[in-house]
Design a protein around this ligand. Structure first.
Ligand SMILES: Nc1ncnc2c1ncn2[C@@H]1O[C@H](COP(=O)(O)OP(=O)(O)OP(=O)(O)O)[C@@H](O)[C@H]1O
Ligand SMILES: [Zn+2]
Length: 452
């Protein structure tokens, strides 16, 4: 009997435990329902705001909203998209302002550099009062005053292998508005690894180019250019010059392609190149090679699965800061001050200005100079350019007057000295360069000398 009683008590205890457990499950379910409903509320609120245009939006964007190809759907696509622009210069400025005006949701702008006076003829979002200010901040400010409903994220830094992926991952579309080969490869690889379309632009002198890499199965930059060009063949705007409107046009089309991608229209340049020639007034759009299945980064068996050292790969720096060459021994160089002393003392010498002829019209040292541009030195083969030989002959064989080379910044002049030393080997002629060229002259000798 006692056993049965004990068993009954044990059963009752178990029943009570089961009841308590059921109660706990019920409470947990109730809590779950509350959380799920709350989440659904948050999600639907988010959807509601991101899929709706405010009255201000409707008025502001009305002229593009009524385009049947774009419409409300396209505008919401823009509002929900983010674009990252690398380079706040000649291409970045027009690209940024049109993206801001069109109502892109978020706009990131990366640039390590500060505004300079020589930027203003083409980098049209910067102003005279912002000379010395960060370019990415300056763009964000200008765009904000045009459209404050866009979120702006300025990055005052140099994009490199250590930060590129983390930044790019936060955006939908990337615009390459930079001016150097190392950054082009970096951006290409980062966009392939992160799966982002790369709207790439470039502009120099009177010419511009544009294409969209890594977009809907199209080629990447490496598919078309597997090897970087020799560094000495690459020119940038500060060396080659550029007409401001050219990057204006290319940067605007970069914005246009990003707008088309973001609004669902798609880009016209996935396997096509735009070539703009401002002197001819022509636009050509040749087709490009398709994606290379053996491409080391976007091919079927990629060997590059993380970012590499792009400055090393290209043999060139990714910024134009501190570009001073040091190829000569100190005894082959004189300071601008020493050259000024030479002039004062009337020491006979040949001044050889190795800048392009067009630059001598801008300014020159106060001494008659022979002009043989650096670019033409290779053309005379192993011999000395004939103009220089003639100038040396004027002084006669016995009087070996020194040759003093000068250029804008003191880089080309060093290369010329090196070359002349080989060409004049055995002739016992002193050849030297003026350190830091006209920049050095302005700094050490004549502050009123114009710089460009
Ligand atoms: N890796 C990089 N990270 C961040 N910004 C970059 C990088 N590479 C280039 N840039 C920026 O891209 C911009 C390119 O623009 P652009 O060539 O018009 O200007 P610039 O270099 O100031 O011109 P200039 O050659 O006349 O001095 C520059 O502002 C430069 O600082
Ligand atoms: Zn590729």
């Amino acid at each position: 009997m006692a056993d049965i009683k004990e068993l009954q008590e044990a059963l009752l205890k178990k029943d009570e435990e089961i009841r308590l457990l059921k109660q706990k499950v019920e409470e947990a379910n109730a809590q779950l329902r509350v959380v799920t409903t709350a989440n659904a509320d948050v999600v639907s609120k988010l959807l509601e705001t991101s899929s709706k245009l405010s009255n201000d939006d409707i008025m502001r964007y009305s002229r593009q909203l009524i385009l049947p190809d774009l419409g409300v759907k396209g505008q919401i696509g823009l509002k929900n998209s983010s674009v990252l622009i690398i380079g706040a210069g000649g291409l970045g400025c027009p690209a940024a302002i049109y993206l801001a005006a069109a109502g892109i949701g978020r706009l990131g702008v990366v640039d390590y550099d500060e505004v300079e006076l020589s930027n203003l003829h083409r980098q049209i979002l910067h102003t005279e009062s912002r000379v010395g200010l960060s370019k990415s901040l300056s763009i964000a400010r200008s765009c904000h005053s045009l459209n404050s409903s866009v979120e702006y994220v300025p990055y005052q830094l140099q994009l490199d292998s250590s930060n590129a992926l983390d930044i790019i991952k936060c955006y939908d579309i990337v615009l390459d508005a930079t001016d150097n080969v190392a950054t082009r490869y970096l951006l290409n690889d980062a966009c392939v690894l992160a799966g982002k379309p790369l709207v790439s632009g470039s502009a120099l002198r009177f010419e511009g180019q544009l294409t969209v890499y890594n977009y809907e199965g199209g080629p990447c930059y490496r598919c078309l250019y597997p090897r970087p060009p020799p560094p000495e063949t690459v020119t940038n705007c500060s060396e080659g010059g550029v007409v401001g409107v050219v990057p204006g046009i290319i940067g605007s089309i970069q914005a246009l392609e990003a707008i088309k991608i973001a609004s669902g229209l798609g880009s016209s340049y996935k396997q096509r190149l735009l070539l703009f020639d401002a002197l001819d007034g022509t636009f050509r759009t040749p087709k490009l090679r398709p994606r290379n299945t053996d491409c080391p980064v976007c091919g079927d068996k990629p060997s590059i699965q993380q970012l590499i050292d792009y400055e090393q790969f290209c043999g060139a720096r990714a910024s134009d800061k501190d570009k001073d060459l040091h190829v000569l021994e100190e005894n082959c160089r004189i300071s601008p001050k020493e050259y000024a002393e030479m002039l004062k003392g009337g020491e006979p010498h040949i001044l050889l200005d190795v800048r392009p002829a067009v630059e001598l019209d801008i300014c020159r040292l106060p001494q008659p100079a022979l002009n043989i541009p650096y670019s033409s030195f290779g053309k005379s083969g192993t011999t000395c350019p004939s103009d220089l030989s003639q100038a040396m002959e004027k002084y006669g064989e016995d009087e070996k007057v020194p040759i003093v080379c000068v250029c804008r910044r003191g880089n080309d002049s060093q290369l010329v000295v090196r070359e002349l030393k080989e060409k004049l080997a055995g002739k016992n002629v002193t050849v030297m360069d003026i350190k830091r060229g006209l920049y050095g002259w302005q700094k050490q000798v004549d502050q009123s000398f114009p710089l460009y």
